[in-house]
Design a protein around this ligand. Structure first.
Ligand SMILES: [Zn+2]
Ligand SMILES: [Zn+2]
Length: 265
């Protein structure tokens, strides 16, 4: 197709898009939609220009359940957003504005999810803190581990869905709390240990979290087995430094970014 023909084709597509949009949402107030697969209600304000549009207006479920089909299947109803959703988002790529439930979402237009943003928000809050109080450090570590685990489990679910749509498969990781096992499960496809400064140190910091949440912060034999520290440490309390927590925050970001780039984008 010559360039001018292609340009005309794109212009026609944009006009068709505008026509469909105006018919559904004449006053440009946004659309309430209900996912036909997961039943989640969301609200979306579609952009005026849509470079992904071809022939039919198709969207992804904003709650990232994996459903993708004609917007007609989402029972679109023109309405301002009139309920309290868990999150609001404006896609930086295509300016789609949307609100939905849950923590991990997917832009209904470009289909890109937000796990990196969720991990970065948590990690950046930790990095910005100046406290070196042990209770605060322990709390920061707790929030990093639980965010990392939650975000990576969602990434894993999405990677499995993406692989299935390509008639392939991706290993299920039910928990990233046991990050050593998770690393081994994924290793044949992607070695997540390469995204951290020091994998043994990352594992040890993770193990400190286990000790803090299950053993009053005291080192036991399991801790020694998992980290390889000297048995002379048994019975002593784990020590955390701000520098270690900051490195852990950056390592968590690195793994989420690497995993996302490999399987989700
Ligand atoms: Zn859905
Ligand atoms: Zn988008």
């Amino acid at each position: 197709m010559a360039i001018s023909n292609y340009r005309r084709f794109l212009e026609e597509q944009q006009m068709l898009y505008q026509t469909i949009l105006r018919k559904m949402d004449p006053n440009n107030v946004g659309l309430n939609v209900v996912c036909p697969t997961c039943g989640t209600e969301s609200w979306i304000l579609l952009p005026q220009e849509n470079s992904y549009f071809r022939e039919e207006l198709q969207i992804c479920c904003p709650a990232a359940c994996g459903h993708y089909s004609s917007i007609k299947n989402f029972s679109p109803l023109a309405s301002p957003a009139n309920r309290a959703f868990d999150q609001e988002f404006i896609c930086p790529r295509d300016n789609t504005e949307f609100k939905t439930y849950g923590a991990i979402n997917r832009c209904p237009v470009c289909a890109i999810e937000n796990p990196r943003e969720v991990m970065n928000t948590c990690a950046d809050r930790v990095l910005a803190s100046t406290s070196i109080q042990s209770d605060d450090l322990s709390e920061m570590l707790g929030s990093l581990v639980s965010t990392f685990d939650g975000v990576m489990r969602q990434c894993n679910i999405i990677a499995i869905q993406n692989a299935a749509s390509l008639h392939s498969s991706h290993p299920r990781v039910r928990s990233f709390q046991d990050v050593a096992t998770a690393q081994q499960t994924l290793a044949s496809l992607l070695d997540i240990s390469k995204y951290v400064l020091s994998w043994p140190q990352f594992l040890e910091t993770f193990q400190k979290r286990h000790a803090l949440s299950h053993n009053l912060g005291v080192i036991d034999h399991k801790y020694v087995d998992k980290t390889g520290v000297s048995t002379s440490q048994v019975g002593k309390k784990v020590q955390l430094s701000k520098q270690e927590i900051d490195q852990f925050a950056n390592d968590c970001k690195g793994i989420v970014r690497g995993y996302f780039a490999h399987f989700l984008s």
